[in-house]
Write a protein that binds this ligand. Structure first.
Ligand SMILES: O=C(CO)COP(=O)(O)O
Ligand SMILES: [Zn+2]
Length: 213
Protein backbone atom coordinates (compact mmCIF):
# COMPACT_ATOMS: atom_id res chain seq x y z
CA UNK A 1 0.00 0.00 0.00
CA UNK A 2 1.41 3.44 -0.90
CA UNK A 3 1.14 6.03 1.82
CA UNK A 4 -0.16 9.39 0.61
CA UNK A 5 1.87 12.13 2.26
CA UNK A 6 -0.01 15.40 2.55
CA UNK A 7 1.47 18.74 1.50
CA UNK A 8 1.48 19.81 5.16
CA UNK A 9 3.27 16.69 6.42
CA UNK A 10 5.89 17.06 3.71
CA UNK A 11 6.40 20.77 4.47
CA UNK A 12 6.70 20.09 8.21
CA UNK A 13 9.39 17.49 7.49
CA UNK A 14 11.17 19.87 5.08
CA UNK A 15 11.29 22.66 7.70
CA UNK A 16 12.81 20.25 10.22
CA UNK A 17 15.37 18.97 7.67
CA UNK A 18 16.39 22.47 6.50
CA UNK A 19 16.63 23.69 10.11
CA UNK A 20 18.87 20.77 11.07
CA UNK A 21 21.05 21.17 8.00
CA UNK A 22 21.56 24.90 8.64
CA UNK A 23 22.21 24.36 12.36
CA UNK A 24 24.61 21.45 11.84
CA UNK A 25 26.65 23.54 9.40
CA UNK A 26 26.84 26.45 11.91
CA UNK A 27 24.64 28.84 9.94
CA UNK A 28 22.91 29.71 13.22
CA UNK A 29 23.47 28.95 16.91
CA UNK A 30 21.68 28.11 20.15
CA UNK A 31 17.99 28.90 19.76
CA UNK A 32 18.57 31.69 17.22
CA UNK A 33 16.94 31.87 13.81
CA UNK A 34 13.49 30.92 12.62
CA UNK A 35 11.88 29.45 9.51
CA UNK A 36 8.40 29.71 8.05
CA UNK A 37 6.74 28.19 4.99
CA UNK A 38 3.40 28.73 3.29
CA UNK A 39 0.88 26.03 2.40
CA UNK A 40 -1.14 26.37 -0.80
CA UNK A 41 -4.17 27.18 1.43
CA UNK A 42 -2.35 30.34 2.56
CA UNK A 43 -1.78 28.90 6.05
CA UNK A 44 1.74 29.30 7.47
CA UNK A 45 3.94 26.89 9.40
CA UNK A 46 6.55 28.52 11.65
CA UNK A 47 9.23 27.42 14.05
CA UNK A 48 8.33 27.86 17.75
CA UNK A 49 10.02 30.44 19.96
CA UNK A 50 13.16 29.38 21.81
CA UNK A 51 13.49 26.22 19.71
CA UNK A 52 16.86 25.18 18.31
CA UNK A 53 16.75 24.81 14.53
CA UNK A 54 18.90 21.70 15.09
CA UNK A 55 16.20 19.76 16.94
CA UNK A 56 12.76 20.82 15.71
CA UNK A 57 9.74 18.53 16.16
CA UNK A 58 7.50 18.49 13.05
CA UNK A 59 4.37 17.96 15.16
CA UNK A 60 5.07 21.02 17.33
CA UNK A 61 5.64 23.63 14.61
CA UNK A 62 3.35 26.65 15.05
CA UNK A 63 0.53 27.00 12.55
CA UNK A 64 -1.21 30.20 11.43
CA UNK A 65 -4.46 30.56 9.50
CA UNK A 66 -4.36 32.37 6.15
CA UNK A 67 -5.67 35.40 8.09
CA UNK A 68 -2.61 35.36 10.38
CA UNK A 69 -4.17 33.86 13.52
CA UNK A 70 -2.13 31.33 15.56
CA UNK A 71 -4.22 28.15 15.36
CA UNK A 72 -1.93 25.32 16.42
CA UNK A 73 1.37 24.01 17.69
CA UNK A 74 3.76 25.62 20.17
CA UNK A 75 4.03 29.36 20.86
CA UNK A 76 5.43 30.83 17.63
CA UNK A 77 8.74 32.59 17.12
CA UNK A 78 8.80 36.12 18.48
CA UNK A 79 9.59 37.19 14.90
CA UNK A 80 6.26 35.86 13.58
CA UNK A 81 5.21 39.39 12.59
CA UNK A 82 8.47 39.73 10.65
CA UNK A 83 7.74 36.59 8.65
CA UNK A 84 4.15 37.70 8.06
CA UNK A 85 5.30 41.08 6.79
CA UNK A 86 7.69 39.40 4.33
CA UNK A 87 4.76 37.37 2.88
CA UNK A 88 2.73 40.59 2.60
CA UNK A 89 5.42 42.37 0.62
CA UNK A 90 6.71 39.39 -1.39
CA UNK A 91 3.58 37.97 -3.00
CA UNK A 92 5.40 35.02 -4.58
CA UNK A 93 7.09 33.97 -1.34
CA UNK A 94 6.65 30.34 -0.26
CA UNK A 95 9.13 30.47 2.63
CA UNK A 96 11.14 32.85 4.82
CA UNK A 97 14.41 32.08 6.61
CA UNK A 98 15.94 34.24 9.36
CA UNK A 99 19.39 33.38 10.76
CA UNK A 100 22.11 34.83 12.96
CA UNK A 101 24.83 33.67 10.53
CA UNK A 102 28.13 35.11 11.76
CA UNK A 103 29.57 36.80 8.68
CA UNK A 104 26.27 38.38 7.66
CA UNK A 105 25.87 39.66 11.23
CA UNK A 106 29.40 41.11 11.03
CA UNK A 107 28.46 42.97 7.83
CA UNK A 108 25.33 44.28 9.58
CA UNK A 109 27.59 45.97 12.16
CA UNK A 110 30.07 47.66 9.77
CA UNK A 111 29.51 51.39 9.50
CA UNK A 112 29.75 53.28 6.22
CA UNK A 113 28.50 50.64 3.73
CA UNK A 114 25.84 51.48 1.13
CA UNK A 115 22.68 50.92 3.19
CA UNK A 116 20.61 50.16 0.10
CA UNK A 117 23.05 47.52 -1.19
CA UNK A 118 25.50 46.31 1.44
CA UNK A 119 27.51 43.75 -0.55
CA UNK A 120 29.05 44.03 -4.03
CA UNK A 121 28.18 41.33 -6.60
CA UNK A 122 31.34 39.32 -5.94
CA UNK A 123 30.08 36.19 -7.69
CA UNK A 124 27.46 35.17 -10.21
CA UNK A 125 25.60 33.06 -7.64
CA UNK A 126 25.30 36.00 -5.23
CA UNK A 127 23.90 38.15 -8.05
CA UNK A 128 21.50 35.35 -9.06
CA UNK A 129 20.24 34.28 -5.63
CA UNK A 130 20.38 37.49 -3.57
CA UNK A 131 20.81 40.45 -5.90
CA UNK A 132 20.50 43.47 -3.64
CA UNK A 133 20.78 43.55 0.15
CA UNK A 134 19.41 46.60 2.00
CA UNK A 135 20.04 47.26 5.71
CA UNK A 136 17.10 47.61 8.12
CA UNK A 137 17.79 49.87 11.13
CA UNK A 138 18.38 48.27 14.54
CA UNK A 139 15.39 47.18 16.64
CA UNK A 140 15.42 44.70 19.54
CA UNK A 141 14.46 41.10 18.55
CA UNK A 142 10.69 40.67 18.57
CA UNK A 143 9.99 44.44 18.41
CA UNK A 144 6.84 44.73 16.33
CA UNK A 145 7.70 48.24 15.08
CA UNK A 146 10.41 46.48 13.08
CA UNK A 147 7.64 45.28 10.73
CA UNK A 148 7.20 48.70 9.09
CA UNK A 149 10.94 49.13 8.57
CA UNK A 150 11.24 45.65 7.05
CA UNK A 151 8.15 46.09 4.88
CA UNK A 152 9.61 49.24 3.36
CA UNK A 153 12.88 47.52 2.39
CA UNK A 154 11.30 44.19 1.38
CA UNK A 155 9.12 45.92 -1.22
CA UNK A 156 12.06 45.88 -3.65
CA UNK A 157 14.31 43.17 -2.20
CA UNK A 158 13.65 39.56 -1.20
CA UNK A 159 16.65 39.60 1.20
CA UNK A 160 17.21 42.21 3.91
CA UNK A 161 19.81 42.47 6.69
CA UNK A 162 18.70 43.54 10.17
CA UNK A 163 21.35 45.81 11.74
CA UNK A 164 23.33 44.14 14.56
CA UNK A 165 21.13 41.06 14.16
CA UNK A 166 21.02 39.01 10.94
CA UNK A 167 19.48 38.27 7.52
CA UNK A 168 15.80 37.69 6.62
CA UNK A 169 15.33 36.05 3.23
CA UNK A 170 12.17 35.13 1.29
CA UNK A 171 12.13 32.53 -1.49
CA UNK A 172 9.53 31.02 -3.80
CA UNK A 173 10.15 27.71 -1.99
CA UNK A 174 11.86 26.65 1.23
CA UNK A 175 14.88 25.41 -0.73
CA UNK A 176 15.17 28.72 -2.60
CA UNK A 177 15.04 30.68 0.65
CA UNK A 178 17.65 28.34 2.16
CA UNK A 179 20.00 28.58 -0.81
CA UNK A 180 19.74 32.38 -0.97
CA UNK A 181 20.48 32.62 2.77
CA UNK A 182 23.53 30.40 2.36
CA UNK A 183 24.75 32.41 -0.62
CA UNK A 184 24.32 35.62 1.40
CA UNK A 185 26.37 34.23 4.29
CA UNK A 186 29.18 32.93 2.05
CA UNK A 187 29.36 36.24 0.18
CA UNK A 188 29.51 38.14 3.49
CA UNK A 189 32.45 35.86 4.41
CA UNK A 190 34.19 36.55 1.08
CA UNK A 191 33.58 40.28 1.49
CA UNK A 192 35.23 40.26 4.93
CA UNK A 193 38.15 38.13 3.65
CA UNK A 194 38.73 40.59 0.83
CA UNK A 195 38.54 43.82 2.86
CA UNK A 196 41.66 45.85 2.13
CA UNK A 197 42.28 44.07 -1.22
CA UNK A 198 41.65 45.67 -4.59
CA UNK A 199 38.62 43.74 -5.80
CA UNK A 200 36.90 43.22 -9.13
CA UNK A 201 33.15 42.58 -8.58
CA UNK A 202 30.94 41.68 -11.54
CA UNK A 203 30.28 44.57 -13.91
CA UNK A 204 26.76 45.83 -14.63
CA UNK A 205 26.90 44.03 -18.00
CA UNK A 206 27.98 40.76 -16.37
CA UNK A 207 25.14 41.10 -13.88
CA UNK A 208 22.59 41.86 -16.59
CA UNK A 209 23.67 38.76 -18.50
CA UNK A 210 22.63 36.62 -15.49
CA UNK A 211 18.99 37.75 -15.48
CA UNK A 212 16.58 34.83 -15.64
CA UNK A 213 19.18 32.21 -14.58
O1 LIG B 1 16.30 34.81 16.04
C1 LIG B 1 15.55 34.96 16.97
C2 LIG B 1 15.12 36.31 17.40
O2 LIG B 1 15.49 37.27 16.48
C3 LIG B 1 15.03 33.77 17.70
O3 LIG B 1 13.78 34.04 18.27
P1 LIG B 1 12.72 32.89 18.47
O4 LIG B 1 13.36 31.85 19.38
O5 LIG B 1 11.52 33.55 19.12
O6 LIG B 1 12.42 32.31 17.11
ZN1 LIG C 1 17.01 36.86 15.20
Amino acid sequence: MTAIISEETRLRDDIVAVGKSLFDRLFTFGSTGNISARLSSGELLMTPTNASLGSLDPARLSKFSAEGVHIGGDKPTKEAFLHQCMYCERKGAGAVVHLHSTHAVAVSIIDGLDQEDLLPPLTAYYAMRVGRLPLVAYYPPGDETLANAVAEKARDAHAVLLANHGPVVAGASLREAQYATEELEETAKLFLMLRGERIRPLTAEQRDALKGR
